[in-house]
Write a protein that binds this ligand. Structure first.
Ligand code: SAM
Length: 351
């Protein structure tokens, strides 16, 4: 047996590899390894989720942000960004429409906008839960204090997405100004977990200055942290950032990593991200066929979708949108999968 096959079998059987082994697997991957990993990933996913794909309605609540992440199109110092913030009523309307379309999870994502105080978000969460008690709410509002996360949890938030971005401190400092630290990002993730949220971490594939060793460290972090969800998608440059001339991340590598992450934690909730669907037309299908089991169509009002521009060319009015759920169902059926109406919580027991 060659070393690649040996490592893939080891990952399938033990759900762990050393950092050097992850690095070897990524550096030396070939078609045979890609196919074998994908086959194992699908086999593992089936044990927990059969052929079901969960959908989440993504509501981009604000593109106002106090942070200046170097890669992000809505960073505070981008003066070309046309800023907006949805009102409570607009967000409730999005949920109402989403519920009607068949969504049972709403993801509220936004920049770190000071208007989204604990009082405001708690009131919003309570209203959403009152209107739709059978729905789960995922928040993705960035770094907050543990007390704040606790209050939001008590008001009805079920899940929290906070990508760790990179598990390497030096790499983190190449992507963020010095007021943002990996230490605080990780602190937030552990606080969220301790409070009881279903927690998601993740990173961009092919972000500027990223090395294969960095990715190996990200995989090790995922192994150790054991998140319930993990969001990975290719980095895509934005014209108004210092990384405007960098190239986009490799979608094939992204799919390879989705398969690896599925084997690290077989019951993980793993989205085929909008960024993956942006760099490749069939990105979301390829993601599902590599081991992902979640898709997050856009439920934001049409008028703001283009303004939530984290990167150039973001798909926002086509098949990725929540209104095109029927098309999504058909495209998933065509590859043997079924979109279900469900909260889509993590399954802790084999089927
Ligand atoms: N403010 C919240 C936070 O920091 O987690 C949520 C919003 S933030 C814009 C959501 C994610 O978008 C980030 O975690 C980052 O990985 C991703 N992102 C930002 N800029 C990107 C880019 N140029 N290419 C791909 N993904 C990007």
């Amino acid at each position: 047996m060659n070393k690649l096959t040996e490592l893939i079998n080891k990952l399938r059987d033990t759900h762990t590899l050393s950092i050097d082994e992850y690095e070897y697997l990524i550096k030396n991957r070939n078609d045979e390894a890609v196919n074998l990993l994908r086959e194992y990933a699908i086999e593992n996913r089936r044990k927990y989720y059969d052929n079901k794909v969960f959908v989440r309605g993504l509501i981009e609540v604000s593109n106002i942000c106090k942070n200046d992440c170097y890669y992000c199109g809505i960073r505070k110092s981008n003066l070309n960004c046309d800023r907006y913030r949805l009102t409570k009523n607009e967000i409730l309307e999005c949920c109402k429409e989403g519920y009607f379309l068949g969504f049972r999870t709403f993801v509220l994502q936004g920049g770190e906008d000071g208007t989204f105080t604990d009082n405001f978000v708690c009131d919003l969460l309570e209203s959403i839960k009152k209107n739709h008690p059978d729905c789960a709410i995922t928040l993705s509002l960035g770094e907050r204090s543990k007390e704040s996360y606790q209050r939001l949890y008590e008001s009805g938030a079920d899940r929290y997405l906070l990508r760790h971005e990179t598990a390497d401190e030096f790499h983190y400092s190449k992507l963020h100004p010095s007021d943002l630290t990996l230490y605080n990002r990780i602190r937030c993730l552990y606080d969220l977990k301790e409070i009881g949220y279903q927690v998601g971490c993740g990173f961009m594939v092919g972000s500027p200055h990223q090395t294969t060793k960095n990715i190996a460290l990200d995989l090790k972090f995922i192994e150790e942290f054991q998140p319930d969800m993990c969001g990975i998608g290719p980095f895509i440059p934005h014209k108004d950032t210092i990384f405007s001339n960098e190239k986009a991340g490799d979608p094939d590598l992204c799919c390879f990593l989705l398969s690896i992450i599925r084997l690290i934690k077989p019951n993980i909730l793993l989205p085929a991200t909008t960024a993956l669907g942006t760099v490749r037309n069939d990105g979301r299908e390829k993601g599902i066929l590599s081991g992902a089991n979640v898709i997050m169509p856009n439920l934001s009002p049409l008028s703001v979708r283009k303004k939530y521009a984290l990167y150039d060319g973001k798909i926002s009015t086509g098949e990725e949108s929540a209104q095109s759920l029927n098309k999504l169902k058909k495209s998933m059926n065509a590859i043997g999968y079924e979109v279900v109406v469900s909260r889509g919580d993590i399954n802790k027991n084999n089927l």
